[in-house]
Design a binder for this molecule. Sequence first.
Ligand code: PGA
Length: 252
Amino acid sequence: MQRIPLLAGNWKMFTTLAEAVDLARAIADHPLPADRQVMLAPSAPALHAVAEVLRDTDIALAAQNVCWEDKGAFTGEISPLMLKEAGATMAIVGHSERRQIFAETDELVNKRLTGALQAGITPILCIGETLTEREAGSTMTTLENQLRQGLAHVNLIRGDELVVAYEPVWAIGTGKTASAAQAQEAHGFCRSVLADIFDKAIAQQIRILYGGSVNPANVDELMAEADVDGALVGGAALKAETFLPIINFKTQ
Ligand code: PGA
């Protein structure tokens, strides 16, 4: 099975409701290449309105986080069923901002991911090393631990039920991008760990996105790498003029 490139915009805690609708419209109004998939992750209060804009398009809608329970006393959380009702089919889990600012552990990320899968929401599991870990030479150990713990007790029937995003923490919002070779090294390693966790065929189907200061100038080079199957884009996804060229990256 061929891995369809996924260009995903993570809008984080940006955009008013009106701005979210306008941005979604500006993206949806452009003809999108048929050989790739686009996903938008607005803040939770904008999900429903953005879903209306994306109705009758092929653009997927994602939440930026997800709880594991369908309902209950979980103040501040949003259940997978609520997200589905709002129109989301995918959910980011374990973003480094959740891990660093909100102290989310691999165990919690695993619960969120499992809850999403059970509800039929495709999780995008974010992993990535800090600068200290990279400088200490422990990048691959960090990635392997985050994958094994984040995916503990997870069974997949098909690899397209899951997306992984490699996002080196030092490259997020900093303007510093991993080189294409650094990205490929990490992605290739992640795929070998996924093959060990699941099996080789499933690992070949799982899309591994790169995230961290992706922009129109570096996307072509990153996407040319064999194991880079898409991009999770923050800053450059907040404007149509920078996100559209990323969606329209050139294949070599
Ligand atoms: P950035 O964010 O593109 O602004 O570096 C990426 C992300 O956090 O997903």
